[in-house]
Write a protein that binds this ligand. Structure first.
Ligand SMILES: Cc1ncc(COP(=O)(O)O)c(C=O)c1O
Length: 416
């Protein structure tokens, strides 16, 4: 867990940590919906938004925009842990996923299947279904395990075939918080379909954990900037050396492996450099390494340790408070085991509508999210016969005091 001094220094670097400009004082447990934003991101974004120049011209402002983009690309590569392939910025994480899935499915050999899982967000599922139908491939979804609310390598193993052309994997579920063992799933797929193009939706994992994208042996990875301390309105896609040159939407005259579309928003890139620079700062509290990647890994490790502690208090309680597991009437989707969970808990309260719990928490200054049986959460709720649940999602800038207060309020809500 972070020391009191460090957590304060961390919190000082984010906007609206303990108060909402529209609601007043509040605890922010809606991080899976979108993280808090770094103050440096807002500052840099505002400054660069005022610059009219684009890259690619012979003037100092244009050259500066070019350098900002080049630096950010290097920062993002270090952050993702990739040395090859192409990076591009798209409108959202969803848009990046649609683009890479479209290129993969259209570019893969004819016939065969596109494989995903029922744990996935509709961003990957919708794109896979659409492009599988267009190309005459079968779309197959590996059913996730209802008890653990996760999907495993063994689950994939049962459905992968030698003609699985494209496969998608969600790294962390935005509803259950379950962390999928991506390398194990990739091994299971590659053992049967070695040339399968594999796409990972890392959008919910990125704010919580270490990134070793190159080690995963996959072909594409997607990040959503507003989930990882940056701002709305852009996602980041990475495509492997193998996928980068498959036919894809591109302006004539650009290199075959070029994925950027149109005039670049230098501010979006610069904002991500600020994210990396913040994580670098955090990592330097835990590592003396001269190597930036090592410091980023140290930050990841420290974030995971802090968040795991918060999740442990939330579920199992401490000497002062019962955890959710011991509050009568509360059930946690996927069970009380936190081992493969990142930052997110989905709960129900017996005989109390989830919407009511969410509004009572809000009245007590705690922001969480109501998840209903819709296109975003139906895949998790439907098979459990649930109409709704309450999602509580933490980040590394949350504190044990906030968790304790939440537990106190939950106890009073469930009592009444
Ligand atoms: C796992 C996952 N994938 C994809 C998305 C879509 O990301 P975006 O909002 O950037 O389109 C989300 C958003 O919550 C998500 O949690």
């Amino acid at each position: 867990m972070f020391s009191d001094t460090l957590i304060q220094s961390i919190r000082d670097q984010f906007h609206h940590v303990d108060s909402c400009p529209y609601q007043g004082p509040r605890i922010f447990f809606e991080n899976a919906g979108g993280s808090l934003t770094l103050k440096s991101v807002v500052r840099v974004n505002a400054g660069l938004s005022a610059i009219p120049d684009n890259q690619g011209r012979d003037n100092p402002a244009s050259k500066a925009m070019g350098s900002i983009i080049d630096k950010a690309k290097q920062d993002i590569k270090t952050f993702l842990g990739v040395t090859q392939g192409q990076l591009f910025i798209g409108e959202t994480g969803t848009e990046c996923l649609f683009r890479v899935i479209r290129a993969a499915v259209m570019g893969a050999a004819s016939g065969g299947q596109v494989l995903g899982s029922t744990l996935e967000h509709p961003a990957t599922v919708s794109a896979c279904k659409r492009w599988a139908a267009v190309t005459g491939k079968e779309y197959v979804a590996v059913p996730h395990n209802l008890e653990t609310a996760n999907v495993s390598a063994e689950d994939y193993q049962r459905f992968v075939t030698a003609d699985t052309r494209v496969a998608t994997i969600i790294q962390t579920s935005p509803v259950t918080g379950r962390l999928v063992d991506v390398p194990a799933v990739v091994n299971a797929i590659r053992a049967v379909a070695p040339d399968c193009l594999i796409i990972v939706d890392g959008i919910q994992h990125v704010p919580h954990g270490a990134l070793h994208v190159e080690n995963y042996d996959v072909d594409a990875y997607a990040v959503s900037a507003y989930k990882v301390y940056s701002r709305h309105n852009y996602g980041i896609g990475w495509v492997s050396h193998r996928l980068e040159s498959l036919p894809h939407d591109r302006l004539e005259g650009t290199p075959e492996n070029y994925w950027e579309m149109g005039t670049r928003d230098a501010a979006a890139y610069a904002c991500f450099s600020e994210v990396v620079s913040y994580l670098d700062w955090l990592g330097a509290r835990f590592s003396d390494s001269e190597n930036q990647r090592q410091r980023l890994m140290a930050a990841s490790k420290a974030i995971a340790a802090h968040e795991n502690h918060l999740l442990d208090v939330m579920v199992n309680g401490n000497e002062k408070h019962n955890g959710l597991a011991d509050i009568p009437g509360v059930s946690i989707i996927g069970g009380t085991d936190n081992e493969h969970r990142e930052g997110v808990l989905a709960i129900t309260v017996e005989n109390v509508e989830s919407a009511k719990v969410v509004s009572q928490l809000s009245e007590n200054g705690i922001r969480v999210h109501l998840r209903t049986n819709d296109r975003y959460s139906g895949n998790i709720l439907n098979p459990l016969g649930l109409e709704s649940c309450i999602r509580i999602s933490i980040a590394h800038y949350n504190t044990a005091d906030e968790v304790e207060y939440f537990l106190k309020v939950m106890k009073s809500i469930t009592k009444t």
